[in-house]
Design a protein around this ligand. Structure first.
Ligand code: SAM
Length: 285
């Protein structure tokens, strides 16, 4: 065993264990070894994870439910197990825990209490989607799920539109069309987007094109399954952004019923100009 090989050492502490996002063969041997060695496994759903654990012959003394609602309550119990020197594994329904899934609070609590934290890295939908998108991967912004509504959603959309890194989002199939329409408004219809669907599963699919065409695609296919959206970074417009163009973009939005403030935000993001300039033109009329 080389110095860098820790494959056979399973230290006491909290282990975040990545599990498959579709194809069960993607569970790493080390992940299986940790799950078999753990005396306690935290999971979102005992039935869902039970079949994975059965498949690899893992039979922990206990399963603790740690989902979005119960993770906080499970912390105290996990900390007392860690105090006794236990190997506690933490898994989510799919992929890497703490990535749009429970895990973050548990890790923070274990670190704060001075217990070791480890991981068996593995599947994460956003990594696979970004690396196969064909878009730049040297700088990536993972933004998880967008807020569903309200000013929080609008603010995040504006940030996405301005982002200079490739942006990766998660989205549910029934909200895909709505999100694409919102993205078109802030990013412009021509921005390149990739829709990565059902990764590692039978119907894995990558769709690549403009946001405008993605909307048509979503309206045609009736989205099903799991989706990751990968959006090309914002590039400073090559065309000259004249005051006339800014006025036109503002008036398009206000005539659609958007408030002055939201119109300013959107136009600022879409044209990549300063908010001060857009504001000045918005208030002059
Ligand atoms: N922890 C997971 C990970 O590491 O990717 C993410 C869990 S999050 C609750 C679920 C979302 O991840 C889905 O709505 C979808 O956007 C994305 N996702 C998970 N598995 C996927 C797959 N096989 N194909 C495409 N997207 C997937």
């Amino acid at each position: 065993m080389s110095n860098s090989d820790t494959s056979s050492i399973i230290h006491a502490g909290l282990w975040l264990v990545a599990t498959p996002i579709g194809n069960l063969e993607d569970l790493s041997p080390r992940a299986a070894a940790v799950l078999c060695a753990a005396s306690v496994i935290c999971c979102e759903d005992t039935r869902h994870s039970g079949s994975l654990l059965k498949r690899i012959g893992a039979s922990p003394e206990r399963l603790i439910v740690a989902n979005d609602h119960t993770e906080h309550d499970a912390i105290e119990e996990v900390l007392s197990l860690l105090a006794g020197g236990a190997v506690v594994a933490f898994i989510s329904d799919a992929g890497t825990p703490a990535i749009s899934d429970p895990g973050e609070r548990m890790v923070r609590a274990a670190i704060a209490a001075g217990y070791p934290v480890h991981a068996t890295p593995g599947p994460a939908a956003f990594v696979m989607a970004a690396t196969l998108s064909g878009l730049p991967t040297s700088r990536i912004a993972f933004d998880g799920f967008l807020p569903r509504s309200g000013s929080e959603r609008r603010e995040r959309l504006t940030e996405v539109a301005r982002e200079r890194r490739t942006i990766v989002l998660y989205e549910a199939p029934h909200r895909l069309e709505r999100t694409l329409v919102d993205l078109a408004e802030v990013c412009g219809e021509d921005r390149t987007i990739v829709l990565a669907r059902e990764l590692t599963k039978l119907h894995e699919e990558f769709w690549r094109g403009s946001i405008c065409d993605a909307i048509t695609h979503a309206r045609t296919v009736e989205p099903r399954g799991e989706y990751v959206l990968i959006i090309a970074p914002h590039e400073t417009a090559q065309i000259e952004v004249t005051d006339e163009l800014i006025r036109e973009e503002l008036s398009n939005r206000t005539s659609r019923g958007l408030s002055k403030r939201d119109s300013i935000d959107e136009v600022t993001a879409a044209l990549g100009v300063s908010r001060k300039r857009v504001y000045a033109l918005a208030v002059e009329s």
